[in-house]
Design a protein around this ligand. Structure first.
Ligand code: XIL
Length: 326
């Protein structure tokens, strides 16, 4: 029985299978916790390590939720991906409204990164160090951090994270740059420049928030992963969900299953693609309905915790990969 779960099949296939976790739900919903422990061997805190949660007031750190997830992961032999050290969203007001100078912002970011990465040294295997720093045209996005510190905030963030935990695998994570196009090229150029300057970056997270109408071609994802591998970078599908118009039809649920299968196959075709994660566990707790009104049903398990066609499709792909070579 246990041999037929996503986590054990993924392990045989040579990747990890992960999910973003809502720690409040984890703490209160035993069925959710059981499902998570049974099917996944990699977790990412959906919100619990974000700046506004971890440091709600200047210098006051709150690790209650993050610690709970770390404990759960340990108890269930799961790896943890830390998310996210430098990002322009979910920042506390004291920070964004603080009128800080460049030097002050550097000191704040440095302390934030040092505190988190040091606390979880040896317990968080990888970090999303930086996220969403590239805009849709492939240029550097103008954000709170780029304005406040300047373009070198990214290189600094990787250096500080590496100094705090030299063993941790450090990543850049973004959306909309999974396949072909200007944003993928911009991300490639950014991470290639960081590598060239000798910065400690080890991987790229491709988020993969998609819909049936708007998903990259699996072939382009594979090609993109290969060019990243060619400059020495691992890749990860970090946040896949595939939103459907609600209420979801059987036809759409089948098309969704095909999309999940295709993206997983793209990952399995590239040896440097090391993990595949979904952004949530069940449709009940997905971020999609709130952020994309009228859309939902984006994950592998339904609101009733039951496996959807997408789950069965993913499991089949993993089974084949587990029994064959990769
Ligand atoms: C989302 C969470 O799922 C929501 O609960 C929160 O309100 C907003 O952020 N890309 C990311 C994630 O990297 O951190 C975002 O998570 C979804 C998009």
């Amino acid at each position: 029985m246990a041999a037929d779960t996503l986590r054990s099949l993924a392990q045989s296939a040579g990747i990890r299978f992960g999910a973003a976790v809502d720690v409040e739900v984890l703490n209160t919903d035993a069925a959710y916790a059981r499902l998570l422990a049974r099917e996944f061997n990699l977790v990412t805190p959906e919100n619990a390590m974000k700046f506004s949660i971890v440091q709600p007031e200047r210098g006051r750190f709150d690790f209650t939720q993050a610690d709970a997830l770390i404990e759960f992961a340990k108890a269930h032999a799961m790896q943890v991906n830390g998310h996210v050290l430098v990002w322009h969203q979910q920042l506390p007001d004291w920070l964004t409204q603080g009128n800080f100078s460049r030097d002050e912002l550097k000191a704040i970011l440095r302390e934030h990164i040092q505190t988190l990465v040091t606390r979880y040294r040896g317990r968080v295997a990888s970090w999303d160090v930086a996220a969403e720093a590239v805009d849709e045209d492939g240029r550097m996005r103008e954000t709170f951090w780029s304005r406040g510190i300047g373009p070198d905030y990214l290189a600094l963030a990787f250096d500080w994270a590496h100094a705090a935990d030299p063993q941790a695998r450090l990543r850049y994570n973004d959306y909309g740059g999974e396949g072909a196009g200007p944003k993928s090229d911009g991300i490639y150029d950014l991470v290639a420049a960081l590598r060239m300057k000798g910065r400690p970056i080890h991987g790229v997270g491709l988020q993969m928030h998609v819909s049936l109408k708007d998903a990259p071609h699996a072939r382009d994802v594979r090609i993109n992963m290969k060019r990243l591998a060619a400059i020495g970078l691992e890749t990860h599908i970090t946040e896949m969900d595939a939103m459907l118009a609600m209420p979801a039809t059987r036809t759409d649920l089948k098309a969704q299953a095909a999309l999940y299968r295709d993206m997983l196959q793209a990952c399995l075709a590239v040896p440097q693609c090391r993990s595949f994660s979904t952004w949530g566990v069940t449709d009940r707790h997905s971020w999609i309905p709130e952020f994309f009104p009228g859309q939902g049903a984006a994950l592998l398990f339904g609101s009733d915790n039951r496996a959807k066609p997408a789950y069965l499709g993913v499991r089949r792909v993993l089974r084949n990969a587990a029994s064959g070579k990769r």
